[in-house]
Ligand binder design. Structure first.
Ligand code: SF4
Ligand code: SF4
Length: 223
C-alpha cells in the first residue's frame, strides 16, 4: 500500500497548482537580480579599462582560478587610468565557483559577473577565458562566445548585489551607490531598497547623500 499512497500524493496535485516545470533550454526561467554568472572585465565610459593589474582578485580567489599580470601603462597611450593595467588576465572556469569574492576585492570595479551561466566546453583551452574574451566590447556589452547561451537581460545588472554593499567595507556607504560609470551603461541604477536607504540617509543629513544625487542627475544608461 505504500506505493499507492505515493500515487495519491501525486494525484492530489492535479488541478491544484500551476506547473513549474519548464522545457529547458528552450524556456528559461527569469534569473534573480543577484545571480552570479560569467565574469566581464569592465571599461569606463571613455573606453579605458578599469583593471589596474593589482592582482587582488587573484589573491582572494579561493579556487585559485585567476591569473593576472600587470604592466606599466605607456603614458602616451595608457590602457587604464593610473600607472598599471592588466595585460594578462585569465579565469579558469573549470575551477571557478562563482563566489564573487574577486568582485568584492576589486578596488576599481573592473571585474564583475553577468547573469549568464549556461556555457560548456569541449576543450580545456575554451574553459580558460582570456582577457580578450572577458573584456567588454566597444559598446560595453559582454562578448558572446560561440559556446555560450545568452538570453535577453543576462548582460544587465552585472553583480547587482555588489552595488548594494558598502565600497571597501566602509559602513558610511551602506545603501549608497558608489559605483563608477561603465561603457555602454553609464551609472547603473541603484536597487529599490537603496533608494529607501538613501532617503533615510538624507533625512539624517548623513555622509553620502550628495554622491547619490550626482548619480540621479547623470541617469543610468537607459536600462
Ligand atoms: S567568483 Fe570566486 S572562484 Fe570564481 S574567479 Fe572569482 S573569486 Fe575565484
Ligand atoms: S580585476 Fe580588479 S582586483 Fe583584479 S587585477 Fe584588475 S583591478 Fe586588480
Amino acid at each position: 500500500m505504500g506505493y499507492l499512497g505515493g500515487f495519491l500524493v501525486s494525484l492530489r496535485q492535479i488541478g491544484r497548482k500551476q506547473r513549474v516545470t519548464t522545457q529547458y533550454p528552450e524556456e528559461k526561467a527569469p534569473k534573480a537580480l543577484r545571480v552570479h554568472g560569467r565574469h566581464v572585465l569592465n571599461r569606463y565610459e571613455d573606453g579605458m579599462e578599469k583593471c589596474i593589474g593589482c592582482e587582488l582578485c587573484a589573491g582572494v580567489c579561493p579556487a585559485r582560478c585567476i591569473y593576472v599580470r600587470g604592466a606599466e601603462n605607456d603614458p602616451d597611450a595608457p590602457v587604464s587610468p593610473g600607472e598599471r593595467y592588466g595585460y594578462i588576465y585569465e579565469i579558469n572556469y573549470l575551477r571557478c565557483i562563482h563566489c564573487d569574492l574577486c568582485v568584492e576585492a576589486c578596488p576599481t570595479e573592473a571585474i564583475t559577473e553577468s547573469k549568464m551561466f549556461e556555457f560548456s566546453f569541449t576543450s580545456r583551452a575554451d574553459a580558460i577565458y582570456t582577457k580578450a574574451e572577458l573584456v567588454v566590447d566597444d559598446s560595453g556589452m559582454p562578448q558572446r562566445l560561440p559556446w555560450e547561451d545568452w538570453r535577453p537581460g543576462e548582460d544587465l545588472n552585472t553583480s547587482a548585489w555588489m552595488r548594494a554593499t558598502a565600497p571597501s567595507g566602509s559602513a558610511e556607504f551602506e545603501g549608497v551607490v558608489g559605483w563608477s560609470g561603465e561603457l555602454g551603461y553609464g551609472l547603473r541604477a541603484p536597487e529599490a531598497d537603496q533608494i529607501q536607504k538613501d532617503a533615510i540617509t538624507s533625512a539624517h543629513g548623513d555622509h553620502g547623500h550628495d554622491d547619490h544625487d550626482d548619480h540621479d542627475d547623470h541617469g543610468h544608461g537607459g536600462h
